[in-house]
Write a protein that binds this ligand. Structure first.
Ligand code: IPE
Ligand code: IPE
Ligand code: MG
Length: 251
């Protein structure tokens, strides 16, 4: 059997990307303000980060705030910003102790100077950590990511550092915000919606997708392991035939 001949590590996704969705509905179901859902969601986030580290996942990228989330009521946006500050303050020491390298992807220039400084400080503190590589996507959009990569390539061509025919998959991947990481093997979205909502558009080209109706505040070890187990059962073909993949695995 193909699956049995794979080593344990082949079955484990190296990089997991998650859209943490459903905080608002979780709160509404309890007649609480939406922000109560976000608070609860932060607790889930720290548990899942811890669990991914324990499971031996190498990289985890979490969608915390999209470039479109500014459209929400101003009060909700402000609370989310405050929560980021608090969570950073609360978590960074523990993350550092756990050898987690923390980085933010997205356009941080829209955040307050105070938040930008905290982000920078947390990245500097954890820069050399070799455990879980944790990316928080904040004011992130997949299209923004592709556009900023395209701009740097155009700049390189204009300045003579690059030839036009050197623009290819690799050149693009080298300039995208997750350039030093493999593309996500497994994508998880909680909260029941089946869409990408402008998350890692370039990087998710060949990721395995896992959707669950469970709302992010309720997402637990059980669903995480369910997603990882589902990933382990899938055959990734990257355009080839199933038989070709089996031959490769058997070789
Ligand atoms: C995800 O939960 C958190 C953010 C987008 C910041 P939502 O706030 O989108 O929750 P729902 O989708 O309204 O339930
Ligand atoms: C995606 O969730 C963004 C985050 C989880 C941070 P949304 O709740 O904003 O997505 P849509 O608007 O339902 O597509
Ligand atoms: Mg949502």
């Amino acid at each position: 059997m193909v699956k049995d001949s794979r080593s344990h590590n082949d079955c484990l996704p190296e990089h997991i990307a998650i859209i943490m969705d459903g905080n608002g509905r979780w709160a509404r179901a309890r007649r609480l303000p939406r922000t109560a859902g976000h608070k609860k969601g932060v607790d889930t986030t720290s548990r899942i980060v811890q669990l991914c580290g324990e499971r031996g996942i190498k990289a985890l990228t979490l969608f915390a705030f999209s470039s479109e989330n500014w459209r929400r009521p101003q009060e909700e946006v402000s609370t989310l910003m405050e929560l980021f500050m608090l969570a950073l303050k609360r978590e960074v020491t523990r993350l550092h102790k756990n050898n987690v390298r923390l980085r933010f992807i997205g356009d941080r220039s829209a955040f307050s100077q105070k938040l930008q400084d905290s982000i920078q400080a947390s990245e500097t503190l954890t820069a050399h950590n070799t455990g879980l590589q944790l990316q928080i996507a904040a004011n992130y959009g997949g299209r923004w990511d592709i556009i900023q990569a395209a701009r740097t390539m155009a700049d390189d061509v204009l300045n003579g550092h690059m030839q036009l025919d050197e623009i290819d998959d690799q050149a693009m991947s080298a300039r995208i915000s997750t350039s030093d990481l493999p593309d996500p093997d497994l994508f998880i979205r909680t909260g029941g919606e089946h869409r990408l909502s402008n998350f890692l558009l370039w990087q998710l080209a060949y990721s395995e997708l896992f959707f669950t109706d469970v709302l992010w505040p309720d997402f637990s070890e059980i669903e995480l392991d369910e997603a990882i187990a589902s990933f382990a059962k899938r055959q990734r073909r990257f355009g080839m035939t199933g038989e070709q993949v089996e031959e490769q695995v058997g070789a």
